[in-house]
Design a protein around this ligand. Structure first.
Ligand SMILES: Cc1ncc(COP(=O)(O)O)c(C=O)c1O
Length: 285
């Protein structure tokens, strides 16, 4: 039975109850995080928590838990759910009011929730055995504050579903200028002539922790050149490689875009080199 954390207590998931007036339920008024752990070791715990603190500050949720308090919740979730490979999900909503009204209520206590979902073991950094993802593409119709990791994910859900119904693993999104933003639940990278390129971090994309860790590792290592800049969809379609990144999928190589082969249609050698570096260094973050 899965053990979750709700407002100060660990309990079986069946016992976890919240008010239907919770603003997370009514408005998607909350912030969340997903932190991966392999064999009980987290990846990017502090940057994930910093993004969560930034998100709460951005939408004015005052949650009194400190980094140490969160670490204790995360350790408790790992321990009570058998350790191993887990995606630790954390969520803070603005809390439950006594009526449905848009303005932030005075004096409500945020609702704090955490659960652990088993995740697959990390895949091997081997281009010959890695599964290639297929992606669709569509115009990014989400809101203009995509840097906030809000629980209001309907825009992302609708985009993901569109790709999923076409048999795809993800869907790449582009803005009204025809430039790549990210994917519905991942950041996006391309590779051209040996160089890794990813869009600029602005309000159009989530500041992905996997993206951040990869860029930091590439910078420190120095063997693979990279650039952060606008990328047109024409460049995406002509790329040698495309990757999508997230805490649950790490670096996933994309081999099909809108039914067409990416590059030569095989998982690429730059992906393999970058993923080897990521695998070697991810627990340092
Ligand atoms: C829209 C979106 N972009 C990017 C990411 C990747 O972020 P991270 O690497 O922190 O998991 C996610 C992860 O859920 C996401 O939902």
């Amino acid at each position: 039975m899965s053990i979750v954390y709700l407002n100060g207590q660990f309990m079986p998931i069946e016992e976890a109850k919240i008010s239907p007036l919770d603003r997370g339920f009514l408005f998607g008024d909350g912030i969340y995080e997903v932190i991966p752990a392999y064999d009980g070791n987290t990846v990017g715990l502090e940057p994930h928590m910093q993004r969560m603190f930034d998100g709460m500050a951005a939408i004015g949720i005052k949650c009194e838990l400190t980094l140490e308090d969160w670490k204790a919740i995360i350790d408790g979730m790992m321990e009570k759910n058998g350790g191993g490979n887990q995606g630790i999900y954390l969520q803070v909503s603005r809390g439950a009011d006594i009526k449905r009204y848009h303005a932030f209520p005075e004096g409500v206590t945020p609702t704090i929730f955490a659960m652990a979902n088993p995740i697959k073991p990390a895949v091997e950094a081997n281009a010959a055995t890695a599964k290639g993802f297929s992606v669709a593409t569509t115009q990014d119709l989400r809101w203009q504050r995509c840097q906030i990791k809000s629980t209001a994910l309907l825009g992302n859900v609708l985009h993901f579903q569109q790709g999923y119904e076409g048999g795809n693993d993800e869907i790449l999104l582009y803005n009204e200028k025809g430039n790549l933003t990210e994917a519905s639940s991942s950041n996006a990278f391309i590779v051209k002539d040996g160089k890794v390129i990813t869009p600029i971090q602005d309000n159009q994309i989530l500041p992905g922790i996997t993206r951040k860790i990869i860029l930091s590792i590439l910078e420190k290592d120095g063997s693979i050149p990279f650039e952060v800049r606008d990328i047109s969809m024409e460049e995406v379609r002509n790329a040698d490689e495309i990757w999508v990144t997230s805490s649950s999928k790490e670096l996933a190589p994309v081999t099909t875009i809108d039914g067409q082969a990416v590059g030569n249609g095989e998982v690429g050698s730059v992906w393999e080199a970058a993923f080897k570096l990521y695998t070697a260094h991810k627990f340092e973050y």
